[in-house]
Design a protein around this ligand. Structure first.
Ligand code: ADP
Length: 492
């Protein structure tokens, strides 16, 4: 709904004020009246008016002063001056100052209506023009804002984007395109795609997409477009009528995904191998038992014992595998409690002691002189100590010594498990914490294991914000040192 035209009549003569108002009363105008210049200006300051009918000759502030004020402060207001008879010169003067029109006294109602209508017409046109101007500015602002927003999004995108026209000339790209596709051409825009990308398959892909008008997804191994493994999705750019204008290709770096896929396949192959090998030997031993002479009880017993060991190993392997995968997937929620380190270690030592005695090994335990406390998951930390002490026993020939000693610092407790066993060659040390890694050689032949123990230990310790170190001398022995954070003032 349009606002009604607002008219202010400023005249010191009441009859003129009333006469004008009456003449215009049958129109849809909003009319206000003031009797002198000062009041007229205050009214203009308070409210918005479209047209002012202004008497030039008034006591006090005259019409010229009011006109000047309006021109200076509210130039959009149309002023019609009312002049006395035979004062056309004054009227012309007022027009020069910026009045829109004039009426001479005395005037007929029709005449005043005519002049005001002209002003209203002009006012309406001016209002419409200003509305259109505002709308246009608003549209432009929106477009500029939209463009800069799109530009920002485009520049921040991680994937490389290349847009070509129908002829395969690059018309747009984002900064990631230069980096990911290792483009040397400068500038890229305006030149054929073949100037920036040497790979013929990529160029053919873009050409095909423009030709057939449907999208293609392709992978590019390292060395084809760049040093990265890239996946490209190329789609045609079409008008609303379906005409193909060119292509837009999004390249994403899938190097890490590919590496993870490869690692997964390797891991599955390793697990399959590790699970199959013991089963095959168990099967063979069953055959051997079946072929045993009925009287050969000793051999039968021996084979049964070996089957039992193999099955235990197999179960341990599966147990370790499950624990590792649970730890890696974050499915294990540690139940951390404040535990006395000396007590846990004393328990572990007592549990493994029979194994050292069976093997004629000496087991020495040198606990910390004072109690020490750490936030640990009791079962998991037992797995850590047991695994390392078991390894020390496993990889030490009879007659050797396994020593477990503890030193307590200000923030860490260090548990050292030293053996006098076969030791580990320096070249193998960096690998022993990898899944399924086992040192292969004369010394380890016949010692069973899954190669998962140390990776499990490392993972558990990381979950406790602890760590493990190793030092070793082949044929002399190995020392693993486990560091665990003490709880504040965790020494009693
Ligand atoms: P495994 O089940 O084979 O013992 P681990 O992950 O516990 O697997 O250990 C990985 C490898 O590190 C072992 O196969 C062995 O070659 C070496 N190793 C571990 N502990 C010792 C040790 N105390 N002395 C010598 N070699 C060891």
């Amino acid at each position: 709904m349009t606002k009604p035209i607002r008219i202010l009549i400023v005249d010191d003569e009441k009859v003129i004020r009333e006469g004008c108002a009456r003449s215009l009363s049958d129109r849809d105008y909003e009319i206000h009246k003031e009797e002198n210049g000062e009041k007229g200006i205050s009214r203009l300051q308070e409210q918005r008016f479209d047209i002012v009918l202004l008497d030039l000759l008034m006591p006090g502030m005259d019409g010229f002063s009011v006109l000047k004020w309006i021109v200076a402060h509210q130039p959009e207001v149309l002023v019609i001056v009312i002049t006395g008879f035979a004062t056309v010169v004054k009227a012309v003067e007022a027009m020069k100052l910026g009045a829109f029109d004039f009426v001479g006294k005395p005037f007929t109602p029709d005449y005043i209506r005519l002049v005001v209508e002209r002003a209203v017409e002009k006012r309406t046109l001016m209002n419409e023009a200003s509305r259109l101007r505002e709308e246009k500015n608003l549209d432009l602002e929106t477009i500029v804002e939209e463009q800069s927003r799109l530009q920002t999004v485009f520049s921040c995108m991680e994937g490389a984007i290349l847009v070509t026209n129908r002829e395969g000339v690059v018309v747009l790209h984002n900064p990631a395109a230069i980096k990911l596709l290792e483009i040397q051409t400068d500038p890229v825009i305006g030149k054929p795609l073949a100037d920036s990308i040497r790979d013929q398959n990529a160029i053919a892909m873009v050409k095909d997409v423009v030709g057939i008008g449907s999208a293609i997804t392709k992978e590019f191994p390292p060395g084809s477009i760049s040093r990265l493994y890239l996946r490209a999705h190329c789609a045609p750019v079409r008008t609303s009528t379906g005409k193909t204008l060119g292509s837009v290709t999004v390249f994403e770096d899938i190097t890490t995904h590919k590496r993870i896929d490869e690692q997964k396949s390797e891991f599955v192959a390793m697990v399959a191998h590790e699970l199959r090998a013991p089963l095959a030997s168990i099967e063979q031993m069953f055959y051997a038992i079946a072929l045993c002479d009925e009287n050969d009880g000793d051999r039968r017993q021996h084979l049964q014992n070996r089957i039992s060991v193999r099955i235990k190993d197999q179960l341990q392997l599966i147990e370790n595998l499950l624990s590792l995968s649970r730890l890696e997937s974050g499915a294990v929620v540690l139940t951390l409690e404040t535990e006395n380190g000396n007590t846990i270690l004393a328990d572990v030592i007592e549990a493994v002691r029979p194994r050292t005695e069976n093997k004629d090994l000496k087991l020495q335990y040198q606990p910390a002189p004072q109690d020490w406390w750490a936030q640990v998951d009791h079962d998991q930390i037992r797995v850590v100590f047991t695994n390392i002490v078991d390894n020390a026993i496993k990889y030490s020939p009879a007659g050797g010594t396994v020593t477990v000693s503890v030193s307590v610092g200000s923030s860490l407790a260090k548990v050292a498990i030293a053996d006098t066993g076969i030791g580990i060659e320096a070249e193998n040390l960096p690998n022993i914490f990898e899944k399924f890694f086992r040192v292969k050689g004369k010394a380890t032949r016949g010692i069973t294991g899954s190669g998962l123990g140390l990776s499990l230990v490392k993972k558990i310790l990381e979950a406790h914000k602890g760590y493990i170190d190793v030092s070793s001398q082949p044929n002399q022995g190995t020392t693993f040192t486990i560091s665990l954070p003490l709880i504040p003032s965790g020494v009693a």
